[in-house]
Ligand binder design. Structure first.
Ligand SMILES: Cc1cc2nc3c(=O)[nH]c(=O)nc-3n(C[C@H](O)[C@H](O)[C@H](O)COP(=O)(O)OP(=O)(O)OC[C@H]3O[C@@H](n4cnc5c(N)ncnc54)[C@H](O)[C@@H]3O)c2cc1C
Length: 379
């Protein structure tokens, strides 16, 4: 029997996990990227990403996150590398800004996600790192944690190659009908999966651009105090601080404490140096001083400037091109796809093989903006 030939464009975490799933199902998969997998411009390239189940009232992503946690643990065992650390995640519900957090407890109860509800005093006694004067309460998810993002991509590539998959370098373009092209010729395969992250919007100006916003996000890593392990992942959880538009990750494998204040910034994906702007540094440093006062005066030791592709409702995109019926879009990350990638990749594989249709929420359109109460990402 001839194998189904699949070409996947984009070797970020979405393309890699989809490729791994399809290759393991017996397809002949080629994964193409214009740069080396793990490269610094990809959204999947930073040291770490948060994995947590919290998705407001959205039980779908809550379940997917739980299933993905299991899958990451399996991938970790298969790869023989540390991909995930369960340091927990603390969700700080800022007084007067708790819609998303309020909706979450009910969803956690429904899905069966272990969690604690902490008063500000509980947080102070367990995690002295955080200042909690503006917090109404906090949720603590002990089985959440962090994924070593760059390593996850490379481990996925390793497992994909071990399963017989092929990784190549190439810059795929599209013609005026949005057909994917390589070296001036149409890409030939039974199924072509476009997993090109934020690049997808410009590649598909009629289909994807109208439901996309490309947002640059600045991330700073702050040194832990000399001689202290208080801010290491063994003693500190990841945190989500929606009231302050922020989130962060404790120092993992010496990274320093990561903090991102989500201030949407313009980004030229291919032509801009990936340097954090001074204004963003100032605002993030001010946040760190306020929320983690013990880090006041500590130096920034690293930084990243990456991007997300944001859909109006923050749901992912997994749908066929309206005219090219062998072209499938996989992505639309909206800032929360990394953790879900193993399950998303499996689901995308089934859609690609036409075992079932995609989910309504992943269809290209129409899309509408959701309120923080409805939104899975709380945005
Ligand atoms: C600062 C920040 C923090 C985040 N935090 C979290 C988090 O805590 N938890 C979480 O779950 N998610 C988080 N996310 C989101 C997560 O990182 C993304 O959802 C995920 O990495 C998207 O992966 P991707 O494979 O779709 O895209 P990418 O990783 O960007 O990969 C796309 C790939 O396509 C390739 N490509 C593009 N165009 C072409 C072309 N023409 N030809 C060939 N190849 C091409 C690119 O080179 C790239 O390698 C965060 C994102 C950012 C930016």
């Amino acid at each position: 029997m001839t194998k189904t030939r699949i070409t996947i464009v984009g070797a970020g975490i979405t393309g890699t996990m989809t490729a791994l799933s399809l290759q393991r199902r017996g397809c002949q998969v080629t994964l193409i990227d214009k740069w080396e997998p793990g490269h610094a411009r990809a959204a999947s390239s930073d040291y770490n990403r948060v994995i947590r189940a919290i998705s407001g009232r959205d039980a779908f992503y809550t379940r997917w996150a739980r299933e993905s946690r299991q899958r990451w643990l399996e991938l970790q065992a298969q790869a023989g590398e540390n991909l995930m650390y369960e340091c927990g995640a603390l969700i700080l519900a800022t007084a007067g800004h708790c819609d998303w957090e309020d909706a979450t407890s009910q969803t956690f109860d429904e899905v069966g996600v272990p969690y604690y509800r902490f008063t500000p005093a509980d947080v102070q006694s367990r995690f002295q790192q955080f200042k909690t004067d503006d917090i109404a309460y906090a949720l603590f998810e002990p089985e959440a944690g962090l994924l070593m993002a760059h390593r996850c991509v490379l481990a996925g590539i390793k497992l994909f190659k071990q399963a017989g998959g092929v990784v190549t370098r190439g810059a795929v373009t599209t013609d005026t009908s949005e057909r994917p092209m390589l070296d001036g010729k149409p890409l030939e395969a039974d199924v072509i999966i476009m997993a090109t992250g934020a690049w997808m919007a410009d590649q598909f100006p009629r289909t994807i651009k109208p439901i996309s916003q490309i947002v640059g996000i600045n991330v700073l890593y702050t040194s832990t105090p000399e001689g202290s392990d208080t801010y290491d992942m063994a003693k500190m959880p990841c945190w989500i601080d929606h009231g302050q538009g922020s989130f962060g990750i404790p120092s993992s494998e010496g990274s320093g404490v990561k903090a991102a204040v989500v201030i949407p910034d313009k980004i030229d994906l291919d032509n801009e140096a990936r340097l954090v702007k001074k204004e963003m540094i100032n605002r993030t440093e001010a946040y760190v001083r306020r929320r983690l006062p013990g880090l006041a005066g500590q130096k920034v030791v690293d930084s990243k400037f990456n991007q997300i592709i944001l859909t109006p409702d923050t749901h992912f995109v997994l749908d066929w091109h309206p005219e090219h019926n062998n072209v499938l879009f996989a992505g639309g990350c909206s800032g929360h796809l990394f953790k879900h990638a193993p399950v998303f990749g499996d689901f995308a594989a089934g859609v690609a093989l036409r075992e079932y249709g995609t989910a309504d929420r992943f269809k290209i359109g129409p899309r509408r903006k959701l309120s923080p109460r409805e939104s899975p990402s709380g945005r």
